[in-house]
Design a protein around this ligand. Structure first.
Ligand SMILES: Nc1nc2c(c(=O)[nH]1)N[C@H]1C(S)=C(S)[C@@H](COP(=O)(O)OP(=O)(O)OC[C@H]3O[C@@H](n4cnc5c(=O)[nH]c(N)nc54)[C@H](O)[C@@H]3O)O[C@H]1N2
Ligand SMILES: Nc1nc2c(c(=O)[nH]1)N[C@H]1C(S)=C(S)[C@@H](COP(=O)(O)OP(=O)(O)OC[C@H]3O[C@@H](n4cnc5c(=O)[nH]c(N)nc54)[C@H](O)[C@@H]3O)O[C@H]1N2
Ligand SMILES: [Mo]
Length: 648
């Protein structure tokens, strides 16, 4: 893609247009729409500068409709972790990885999805740290690791064993599993108390810093091992072994990903990890803490600089004062709200800063129709994708520079900054010659749309900002003075600068001012029960894809080659369901809403999974999920346990 494209319905194709034509028309349509019927989505790619201006564009336009890809991802963290420790992001910094004695991995797959993580893990193992994994799928990167950057490892094929204990919890079974770990801790503490030995739980920390301990402990004591085994799919003995590792470690980091966040009770999953850590004071201390691993390169940073649908997260007074407008006071839409709004015909225009939303959301079939019924679809993209195939009445594809490309503006080549999972902010300057001289930067596109859509105002100096991104960083600093102090000066420090995290300092910005123990109301993270023939479908990523972009058909870590149209299940489930390897089947969703959702043509493939849990690839399996199936607290779609049946 080298030029902006506009969909020509008469010829059923996209045709090249000039940037000015595109901006003018987009501005005109946006102006004609009711303010609450337009949405400004972003997918976590764009840097902090473009993101800040994008959020400003939406708010001056008149709404907080700023959903983001993390609404499908770590919103469970933004809301759930915030609720219990007062931090919407991880509490550790990179250096903590070098100091931990044990890592507990829950539903995160570093081998495929965050390979940089494998290096500190390998180092950790070398110094004797222990690693415990909870995952229904045996993921190679969590079993062992050959360091591609180590010539000795590569020549000898020498592997480092990663997990000391690998617990194949059933999908949605983590609440029970973690409760079991806590039970081991409490029992050991009872024993220590009875024998007059050093306590196992951190009594001082718990009394000074936490709330809800008694209720939680009562819940742990009341829950029987047989219920824990039943709901987790794990044996008491296995959980005890893992619990002993937890007790034996002075400093523990709890790592988690989509395996916890994408469930109906995803926020409770997150709160359970926090419960476990709090018991021994493993938050806000060197080498210990909570580590949600983020996806897109700037997905966390976009939230930091104002891409958020929740008004309470935004310093509206500052925005009002800096930019001379009355910020909208109503909360905007999440992704789930937006999709439902689309389906109901209430959302009429959509601007996407990156992403492939039609492909990424549940109920994909209905979404395709609803998307194309809009007055306006604008997708700012680096590559073509399926969303482009469903043009609205006015439809634009706006091709942008990628971060690796040189971004030259009036004052010279520009720097773009991003924030990583450890709250570090750093700058980068593109080095590659752009693929085409017609491409614009994301910031330039945001400015183009803003100027064509909004009234002019001397306080909104879009052209000046475009000429020098450093001025935008000054605005970010003015809006968030604490986090971004001396922003322009500090962004090139190696590793970036740390914007700080209160929970890391044991300051709890929760409603109660304390870290919160949560007693779970149920032992699994599901919104449905077990019935005959119903399975829990996990939607999986391979190393050969980045979200909706499929690069190839080799899932080499799992040994699945040549196709993605597979249904993975264990041999026992195959036998009980009377299915043979290589048989072709259809997956049908098993919600109780009367809608038939199906995915035909899957090849039954034996895989090492627990009973009752089966796997298929994301995004293909998105046709099976229902838009109303999401984490209760944060509305993150529950993509990791979709109730399904198999039709032979
Ligand atoms: N190569 C590659 N890298 C990526 C991406 C990609 O698509 N490809 N995507 C990026 C993005 S946006 C994100 S958010 C991250 C995602 O990275 P991850 O958080 O690792 O996400 P997934 O691979 O979807 O799921 C993680 C693991 O959860 C396990 N799991 C499923 N259900 C459960 C459960 O109920 N309990 C437990 N304990 N485990 C469960 C799965 O088997 C899987 O190993 O990766 C980022 N990096
Ligand atoms: N069933 C199921 N559904 C899921 C998930 C799951 O595990 N299972 N995972 C969810 C998760 S974690 C996420 S994050 C979402 C992902 O949802 P999205 O973020 O919407 O999807 P992506 O596939 O990451 O978007 C890829 C597109 O972004 C564009 N792009 C890439 N780089 C850039 C850039 O630098 N700038 C711009 N402007 N555009 C760029 C390209 O055009 C590319 O086609 O999907 C969610 N959906
Ligand atoms: Mo993600």
């Amino acid at each position: 893609m080298t030029h902006p494209l506009c969909y020509d319905a008469g010829r059923d194709r996209y045709v090249e247009v000039t940037w000015n034509e595109a901006f003018a028309k987009i501005g005109k349509v946006l102006q004609s729409l009711p303010r609450d019927s337009a949405v400004f989505y972003s997918s976590g790619h764009a840097g902090l500068e473009a993101s800040f201006l994008y959020a400003l564009l939406a708010r001056v336009y008149g709404n907080n409709n700023l959903p983001q890809s993390s609404n499908m991802c770590h919103e469970t963290t933004s809301v759930g972790l915030q609720k219990v420790v007062g931090s919407p992001v991880g509490t550790i910094v990179w250096d903590d990885l070098e100091k931990a004695d044990a890592f507990f991995f829950f539903g995160q797959n570093p081998g495929s999805n965050s390979p940089r993580f494998l290096h500190p893990l390998q180092e950790a193992k070398k110094r004797g740290a222990r690693i415990v994994t909870f995952n229904p799928v045996v993921e190679q990167g969590l079993v062992s690791f050959v360091n591609p950057q180590s010539p000795v490892d590569m020549l000898t094929g020498r592997e480092t064993q990663i997990s000391d204990e690998y617990l194949q919890v059933q999908a949605g079974g983590d609440i029970a599993a973690i409760l079991g770990l806590c039970k081991v801790v409490i029992e050991a503490d009872d024993d220590a108390l009875a024998r007059g030995l050093k306590r196992i739980i951190d009594v001082d920390f718990i009394s000074e810093h936490t709330m809800g301990f008694e209720t939680f402990i009562a819940c742990v004591r009341q829950t029987s091992w047989s219920d824990i085994e039943q709901e987790s799919g794990l044996t008491e003995a296995a959980i005890r072994r893992a619990g002993e590792i937890y007790i034996g470690a002075e400093r523990v980091i709890g790592v988690y990903g989509m395996g916890l966040t994408q469930h109906s009770q995803g926020s409770v999953n997150v709160a359970m990890v926090v419960n476990l850590l709090l018991l021994r004071g493993n938050i806000g201390r060197e080498g210990a803490g909570c580590c949600p691993v983020r996806g897109h390169s700037n997905v966390q940073g976009q939230r930091t600089v104002g891409i958020a649908e929740k008004t309470k997260l935004i310093p509206m007074d500052k925005l009002k004062q800096l930019f001379d407008f009355d910020p909208p006071t109503e909360d905007g839409v999440t992704i789930v709200d937006a999709v439902k709004g689309l389906m109901a015909g209430k959302i009429r225009g959509f601007v996407s800063l990156g992403g492939n939303l039609v492909r990424a959301v549940p109920d994909q079939k209905a979404m395709e129709q609803a998307w194309a019924a809009q007055e306006l679809t604008v997708v700012v993209s680096t590559k073509l994708n399926r969303t482009h195939l469903f043009p609205g009445k006015n439809a634009y594809i706006l091709p942008c520079l990628s971060r690796a490309e040189i971004d030259e503006q009036a004052t010279g080549n520009q720097t773009v900054t991003t924030e990583d999972s450890f709250s570090h902010i750093s700058g980068s300057i593109g080095k590659r010659t752009p693929a085409s001289k017609h491409l614009k930067s994301e910031l330039a596109i945001v400015v183009g749309i803003a100027k064509a859509t909004l009234d002019s105002n001397p306080r909104r100096k879009w052209d000046e900002w475009l000429g020098d991104y450093g001025l935008v960083r000054d605005l970010i600093e003015a809006t968030y003075p604490k986090e971004f102090k001396d922003y322009n000066a500090r962004m090139f420090k190696p590793g970036g600068f740390y914007r700080g995290n209160a929970a890391h300092e044991r300051i709890w910005k929760t409603e109660q001012g304390k870290a919160i123990f949560t007693a779970p109301k149920r032992l699994n993270a599901l919104s449905f029960g077990n019935t005959d023939g119903r399975f829990r479908l996990v939607t999986m990523r391979s190393n050969d894809q980045f979200n909706t972009t499929i690069y190839g058909y080799s899932d080499r870590f799992r040994g699945i080659e040549g196709t993605r149209d597979v249904l993975l299940m264990c041999e026992e489930d195959m036998a009980v369901s009377d299915l043979k390897a290589r048989q072709i089947v259809t997956l049908v969703s098993d919600f109780e809403d009367g809608i038939r959702r199906e995915l035909p043509g899957l090849v039954v493939t034996a895989h090492n999974l627990p009973r009752g849990t089966i796997g298929a690839y994301y995004p293909e399996a998105n046709v099976l999920n229902a838009i109303d199936h999401y984490d209760e607290l944060s509305k993150t779609p529950a993509s990791k346990a979709i109730p399904v049946r198999i039709e032979a």
